[in-house]
Design a protein around this ligand. Structure first.
Ligand code: C6P
Length: 404
């Protein structure tokens, strides 16, 4: 059982008022809020340890390097990677996906196929389209049903010896559907394809075990797990990371540079050109410590309670339709009111202090599937309450009266 009243005290932003009303923050799928424990780590870093890493013999540089590398080990342990060098520090999920997509340019040729799903965020569509343009490979898409679930029988039909890569998100950002990635990974491996899973929306709710999943690549962003923006991680199996060419050239990713030839550094540095987000990386580790201290099982159980309550209360509003009704979903509700544009609802909710996301949620193909311009998306975190859901329901009712 979570002590939500106590947990809320960790988040100073939750005391804010918006337009004279208490902030109700339901845009957690876009970015989560930051607890004081993580804010403190950022303040202490810049107050006491700020220096460039992996470069200096001086004490500050060595201390900063130690803190950064300790964070990498925390991330390794959290995701249960076999080696710490399998964790590449990135600027976020988008960066990790582009790194892998760029690297695969060397391995694909005309006639090869890449499978993605109809549930993807744009950052798991566009890099693969660009990869196809570069290589002549073809993109295939796993379709979804009305509940917003992947149709696995269609996935089975798409798989063949031509399939070289499969990319799916673990959880859909627009609908909250939890995808059966265990089955997807197993089937892809049966035809010899590599699998990248986009965990941006899963990591706030569960702990992926990359060895157990036997996944080839897994990506995440710290800012959705109570960490800062501009930092994330790419897990890659050692054998894949050894094979992939570097993504960017620059300082720190080299072994030796001459004008004739450059040799590259060992993992993970081969993929970490330039000065990284040092403070962000350290704060990412602190965010994982914070979430693990609360416990992901308790977080998931509580968020599920919020999801069930909100689904019941919102469904009772006449003319409200929820998109994404899988039995396997996280605490995201995407909805529309009949005849009303989602943007108008979002604007009125904001006037009442309620932050939701409106629009296509960087997942236009899902909106096209449902033939809608977008939705209102309320996404709940472990620091939200049923009382806040009551405020949302009452505000949606008011918006309906004002707009119809
Ligand atoms: N989704 C949302 O409101 P970055 O921006 O790199 O940290 O994460 C991109 C990304 C990739 N995959 C999925 C499944 C995502 O949900 C996101 C980010 C946010 O849904 C902002 S668009």
């Amino acid at each position: 059982m979570l002590n939500v009243d106590e947990i809320r005290k960790d988040f100073p932003i939750l005391d804010r008022e918006i337009h004279g009303k208490p902030l109700v923050y339901f845009d957690n799928a876009a970015t989560s809020q930051t607890p004081q424990q993580v804010i403190d780590v950022i303040v202490v870093y810049y107050s006491k340890y700020n220096a460039n890493i992996h470069r200096g013999v001086h004490t500050l540089s060595q201390e900063a390097t130690d803190l950064y590398e300790q964070a990498r080990i925390k991330i390794q342990k959290h995701f249960n990677a076999k080696h710490s060098h399998e964790i590449i520090m990135t600027s976020g999920t988008t960066h990790g996906i582009n790194l892998v997509a760029s690297g695969f340019t060397a391995f694909l040729k005309k006639g090869d196929e890449i499978i993605i799903s109809a549930l993807e965020h744009h950052s798991n569509i566009v890099p693969w389209q660009m990869l196809c343009e570069r290589t002549g490979a073809q993109l295939k898409v796993i379709p979804i049903n009305q509940e917003g679930e992947l149709i696995l029988s269609e996935y089975n039909k798409l798989l063949s010896e031509k399939t070289k890569l499969v990319f799916v998100n673990h959880i859909s950002n627009a609908l909250g559907t939890i995808n059966p990635i265990e089955t997807i990974i197993e089937k892809a491996h049966q035809v010899g394809a590599a699998v990248l899973v986009d965990g941006a929306q899963a990591c706030p709710h569960l702990v992926p075990d990359v060895q157990d999943l036997n996944v080839d690549f897994y990506v995440a962003s710290a800012h959705k797990i109570c960490g800062p923006t501009g930092v994330g991680m790419l897990y890659g199996k050692d054998e894949w990371l050894q094979k992939l060419p570097p993504y960017q050239g620059g300082g720190e990713m080299i072994a030796e540079v001459t004008f004739e030839k450059t040799t590259y550094a060992d993992l993970p540095h081969k993929f970490e050109a330039g000065t990284p987000n040092i403070c962000g990386g350290i704060a990412f580790g602190a965010a994982l410590d914070y979430m693990n201290a609360i416990g992901f099982d308790a977080i998931a159980a509580y968020e599920n309670e919020l999801l069930e309550y909100a689904t019941e209360e919102l469904s009772a509003i006449d003319g409200l339709k929820i998109y994404g009704t899988s039995e396997h979903k996280t605490s995201v509700i995407s909805f529309n009111l009949e005849g009303i544009h989602p943007y108008d609802i979002g604007t009125i909710l904001d006037k009442m202090g309620i932050a939701v996301r409106t629009g296509h949620h960087c997942a236009q193909p899902i909106m096209d599937f449902y033939k809608i311009p977008g939705t209102v998306r309320a996404s709940f975190a472990f620091y939200n309450t049923k009382k806040e859901i009551d405020a949302l329901v009452s505000a949606v009712n008011k918006a309906k009266m004002m707009l119809s």
